[in-house]
Design a binder for this molecule. Structure first.
Ligand code: TXA
Ligand code: MG
Length: 358
């Protein structure tokens, strides 16, 4: 079982960090908080340690890991080019929830990058993550610290639930502020392209790189990955989740209909919705209330707040042990709404009901 070490999020105990850094240097696995989600760290230059990460998570070897650094000077040994766009993005968003994909150097092995010629690099903003990387004195390969395809962990307890038996140390510094993973930007393509929407909103990226391209493909259960590791079924609860997208009135009418139908079949249902949508849905009929639970995403007016609690909400949905989760998609935009929409689509594994007003 992993050793759990509680640390102060802003001022972690140097002795605990030294112990965790030593563990990483000797090939161990340390889960640590970042501003996005908890990461599962290993020495990125140690193939055996990196292999343990894949085994612990049950992650396919085709899904590349992000390498985490604590300063810009460390990047030069990891990549073979550092274009001007990288400089501009790093100036604007590092330390922070952004990963850049660049051609990799020979210091980074095939396992880390799933055999690709490129590597994703990120400088996280969490003081504990930065202090841990410095204490380790090696670059840290770290995927999210969850079992493969499950919702990412935003609290240490999520890490322990998923990986407690498979890793060495968990640094617990409370919950993560942003709640969705970093935005991944491919700087090897022309123009640069967002491979994964995340903690830096597109409108902010555009202020730095106006020509940046985005992936807008529809997710369906049969569509291929648009980027390595961006599987259709990802971040998913174990309970099947149906996502309702479209116009407000049509979505609410269809959800209300489906909830009633499932309850009349004595199926247990979780409704995952914004506070506004929840209020607009009818109360269940008497005699069926025991079968229905609501999990609140928070106000639609605050997409960043929804991002913060999204993965916890997905885990709460699972804990209800229902037959099905019915979720309504965010309709308003701005901030981290794109990232939330992307994660909800993946959580649905492509089971999306489109609802339009006639
Ligand atoms: O916020 C985050 O990015 C968190 C924290 C722990 O830093 N990490 C994270 O890692 O989300 P992970 O392994 O769950 O997701 C990494 C994803 C891959 O699945 C892939 O989509 C993309 O980053 N990625 C990594 N290296 C890449 C590469 N060389 N080319 C294209 N995509 C890459
Ligand atoms: Mg992940």
């Amino acid at each position: 079982m992993a050793v759990l070490r509680v640390v102060h999020p802003l001022d972690p105990d140097p002795q605990v960090l030294e112990e965790a850094g030593q563990c990483l240097r000797s090939g161990g696995l340390v889960a640590f908080p970042t501003e996005t989600v908890y990461g599962l760290g290993a020495d990125a230059t140690n193939a055996k340690a990196v292999a343990r990460v894949f085994t612990a998570k049950g992650r396919p070897a085709t899904d590349p890991l992000i390498v985490h650094v604590a300063d810009l000077a460390s990047v030069s040994s990891l990549v073979t080019s550092w274009p001007e766009a990288a400089d501009r993005l790093a100036q604007a968003f590092w330390p922070g929830p952004m990963t850049v994909v660049l051609p990799r150097s020979s210091l980074i092995g095939d396992l880390v990058t799933a055999g690709l010629g490129t590597v994703g690099i990120r400088m996280p903003a969490h003081p504990v993550a930065l202090a841990l990387i410095r204490a380790a004195r090696v670059p840290i390969a770290a995927p999210s610290a969850n079992l493969f395809s499950r919702p990412s962990p935003t609290r240490a307890s999520h890490v322990v639930d998923d990986l407690g038996d498979a890793i060495d140390i968990v640094l617990d510094a409370g919950s993560c502020a942003i709640g969705v993973e970093s935005t991944v930007v491919d700087l090897t393509s022309d123009p640069p392209a967002v491979l994964r929407p995340g903690g830096i909103a597109l409108e902010r990226l555009r202020m730095v790189l106006p020509g940046i391209a985005t992936f807008t493909g529809q997710v369906s259960s049969s569509s291929p990955q648009h980027a390595p590791g961006m599987l259709t079924r990802h971040y998913a609860p174990r309970t099947p989740l149906t996502l309702f997208e479209g116009d407000e009135r049509a979505v609410l009418a269809r959800m209300a209909h489906d909830v009633r139908r499932l309850l009349s079949q004595r199926r247990a249902v979780v409704v995952l919705a914004t506070s506004e949508d929840r209020r607009a849905l009818p109360e269940p009929k008497a005699g069926t209330t025991d079968l229905l639970r609501f999990v609140d995403l928070g106000s639609a007016r605050n997409p960043d707040g929804i991002a913060t609690h999204l993965y916890r909400a997905l885990r709460q949905c699972d804990a209800a042990c229902a037959d099905r989760i019915l979720a309504s998609q965010l309709r308003s935009g701005g901030g981290l709404a794109d990232a939330v929409r992307d994660r909800l689509r993946r959580a649905s594994a492509g089971e999306i009901v489109n609802c339009w007003d006639d």
